[in-house]
Design a protein around this ligand. Structure first.
Ligand SMILES: N[C@@H](CCC(=O)N[C@@H](CS)C(=O)NCC(=O)O)C(=O)O
Length: 211
C-alpha cells in the first residue's frame, strides 16, 4: 500500500468524491488532514504551497502531490484500483467524463455554491438564506441535472452496471441537495436520476463517507 495523505474537510463534496472512490476500492489506510474551508485553513501559505488555488482536496501519494479531483480520481483509479471505476466501453467512458465535466462546470456552482450553501451552511453560521439567489439557482441546476439525465443509463449506476467516478461526483451533491426545499423542483424532470439516487444512497460507502 503506498503512503497516502489526504488534505480536505470531510464535509466537502469534492473531498467526498475521492473518499468514496477510496472506500469502494477498499482503501482505508490513509491519513486525513482536516483543512477547513470556512476557517481559512485552505488559504494558509503552507496549504497554498500544495494547492495554489486553495481548494480541497489535495492528495500526496508516495510523495507525489496531486490536486484537482479529476486528476486525483484518475490517478487513484489507474494506480490503486486497476481502472475498475471507469467503464471499459469507449462511449460509456466518454459519457462518464462528460457527466463529470457538467458537474464541474454547470452543476456545482448553482446546486452547491448557492442552493446548498444558502439553505444549509448560511443558517448554521447564524446568517439568513438569500432566497432570491436560491430562486435564481433553480433553473441552472435543473438544466444541468436534465443534461445528466439525458446522458446517463441510470440503472443502477450512471453509466451502467458498475459504479464509476461519475457516481462518486454526483452522490455527494445529492446528499446535500436532498436536504434542501428545492430538491423536488430541481429533480422534477429527472426520473432516472431519482431512481439512481434511491439505489445509491443506501450503499455502505455512502453511509460511511457522506454521513
Ligand atoms: N476544481 C476543484 C474544485 C474543488 C472545490 O471547489 N472544492 C471546494 C469544496 S467542495 C473548496 O475548496 N472550496 C473552498 C473555496 O473555494 O475557498 C477540484 O476539482 O478539486
Amino acid at each position: 500500500m503506498p503512503s497516502l495523505i489526504f488534505y480536505g474537510t470531510p464535509q466537502s463534496t469534492y473531498v467526498r468524491t475521492v473518499r468514496l472512490l477510496l472506500a469502494e476500492a477498499n482503501i482505508n489506510d490513509y491519513e486525513l488532514k482536516d483543512i477547513g474551508i470556512f476557517n481559512g485553513d485552505n488559504k494558509t501559505e503552507a496549504y497554498l504551497a500544495k494547492h495554489p488555488f486553495g481548494k480541497v482536496p489535495t492528495v500526496e501519494i508516495d510523495g507525489i502531490t496531486i490536486y484537482e479531483t479529476t486528476a486525483i480520481t484518475y490517478y487513484i483509479n489507474q494506480k490503486l484500483a486497476k481502472g475498475k471505476f471507469a467503464p471499459p466501453d469507449l462511449l460509456m467512458q466518454t459519457r462518464m467524463l462528460q457527466i463529470m465535466a457538467i458537474i464541474d462546470n454547470y452543476l456545482y456552482t448553482p446546486a452547491v455554491g448557492t442552493i446548498v450553501i444558502q439553505n444549509l451552511i448560511v443558517p448554521s453560521q447564524g446568517g439568513e438564506t438569500d432566497q432570491e439567489a436560491v430562486q435564481k439557482a433553480i433553473a441552472p441546476t435543473q438544466k444541468a441535472l436534465e443534461a445528466i439525465e439525458d446522458l446517463c443509463v441510470g440503472s443502477p449506476f450512471l453509466v451502467g452496471s458498475m459504479i464509476s467516478i461519475a457516481d462518486f461526483y454526483l452522490i455527494p451533491i445529492f446528499v446535500y441537495l436532498e436536504q434542501t426545499p428545492q430538491f423536488a423542483a430541481v429533480t422534477v424532470n429527472t426520473p432516472k436520476l431519482k431512481a439512481w439516487w434511491e439505489e445509491t444512497k443506501i450503499l455502505a460507502s455512502v453511509k460511511k463517507i457522506c454521513a
